[in-house]
Design a protein around this ligand. Structure first.
Ligand code: NAD
Length: 371
């Protein structure tokens, strides 16, 4: 039996409430063939209160040694006044940097039971299941020079630099092709090669990796602006979309809104293979939403984004495809039965709290695994 080492960083606000529901899922898994060992650490405001920093060196070491990190959310009004360098978000940024998390994976899944909550017509989004891979550590957000130059006479020049090197494109392309192999076998690469040199290089490198290493995966290219248009026109044409940091930031937010509520959206960030740990990829899984201070402590947060993040962990860190499918199907069946938290409540449905939603999904999951 393989043992998987997890670090749980629940964080602040609704983080601990939603993480508690993931622990119910892990308990179900531990009754089966898989074995998950968990350690807990502090991040964000909780770490600032305990250690004066948004993540301690000890917890950083646990994160680097873990097979996967599950992350809740950080921040809240209590820490709005702390120094910029030790603000709660700096804990997440440190994790991303030290774990070298270069690929951000955001699925946009539209559960049929929630299709009415989308801004698009039901037939366009019902059953939607796409995955966006955004390059996370390069591109225009990090390139230098990055500055505002005073030109005199009231004029200034703002400069950001879009820069990509071959290895950065190769590794995100491989992550995309590998994800496509576990899904429907199609990758759409998006850039702006018509006006950007980085786009020309991006297109060239992705094409080569696809042709030489993943001939079984279908590859198509689309200009990023046309891609944005296609995402709202006919989103079901896509399986895996791979794109750079800037375009990915925007395209993944567009895709997210196709599916309705923030409380439903999981994400994964994957890093470089760790030579010291059997070449396993470093990985962090987290909901897209924040700490929701407005509803924290009331037991009403939707735990689905956090639970769906754990499903991504089963799929992408541990290759537990059957378990990941079963967990996602359990979420869908509980929604289908009309069980809803307040944020996704609809007429004729039954409103429940965080714990009851977690119990219902854990119960459905346990039954599916046993079937
Ligand atoms: P938010 O995502 O926390 O909340 C936005 C709105 O969505 C709120 O009304 C909230 O109640 C609701 N919401 C979010 N998640 C929900 C859930 N699971 N169930 C039901 N409703 C949910 O964003 P915000 O209000 O802009 O930020 C609040 C705090 O979170 C800030 O301190 C911000 O810096 C932080 N934040 C952290 C992360 C992170 O940890 N990765 C991400 C975004 C924001």
């Amino acid at each position: 039996m393989t043992t998987h080492k997890l670090l749980l960083l629940a964080g602040d606000g609704i983080g601990p409430e939603t993480m508690a529901e993931v622990e119910k899922i892990l308990a179900v898994l531990n009754r089966g063939e898989a074995r998950f060992e968990t350690e807990r650490g502090l991040v964000g405001g909780a770490a600032i209160d305990a250690h004066g920093v948004p993540i301690s060196e000890g917890d950083m070491a646990l994160a680097l040694g873990a097979d996967a990190v599950l992350f809740g959310a950080v921040g809240g009004p209590k820490w709005d006044g702390v120094a910029y360098e030790i603000r709660p978000e700096a804990g997440l940024l440190r994790l991303r940097k030290d774990m070298e998390l270069f690929a951000n994976l955001r699925p946009a899944i539209c559960y049929p039971a929630l299709a009415e909550a989308s801004s698009l017509k039901r037939e366009l989004v019902d059953g939607l299941d796409i995955l966006i891979l955004r390059e996370l550590t390069g591109g225009v957000y990090f390139g230098s020079p990055k500055e505002i130059v005073d030109l005199g006479q009231g004029q200034k020049r703002g400069i950001d630099t879009q820069v990509y090197e071959t290895y950065e494109i190769e590794r995100i392309a491989r992550a995309a092709f590998e994800a496509a192999r576990t899904r429907h076998g199609k990758v759409t690469s998006m850039e702006k090669r018509n006006v950007m040199k980085t786009g020309v290089l991006w297109n060239e490198v992705v094409t080569r990796i696809g042709r030489d290493e993943y001939p079984d995966v279908r590859l198509e290219h689309m200009l990023a602006d046309a891609g944005g248009m296609q995402l709202v026109r006919a989103p079901k044409q896509f399986d895996v979309i791979v794109t750079d940091n800037l375009f990915g930031d925007m395209l993944s937010d567009i895709a997210a809104m196709l599916t309705g509520s923030l409380g439903m959206l999981p994400s994964a960030s994957l890093g470089a293979p760790d030579a010291a740990n059997g070449a396993k990829r470093r990985a962090l899984y987290e909901p897209v939403h924040g700490s929701a201070p407005d509803i924290a402590g009331q037991g009403i947060a939707n735990p689905i984004a956090m639970i769906a993040s754990a499903a991504m962990m089963l799929r992408y860190s541990f290759g537990l495809t059957r378990e990941a499918d079963a967990l996602e199907a359990s979420i869908a069946s509980v929604l289908e039965s009309g069980t809803r938290t307040g944020d996704i409540m609809a007429p004729g449905c039954r409103q429940v709290g965080t714990g009851e939603m977690g119990d219902a999904i854990a119960q459905a999951f346990s039954e599916r695994l046993a079937a």
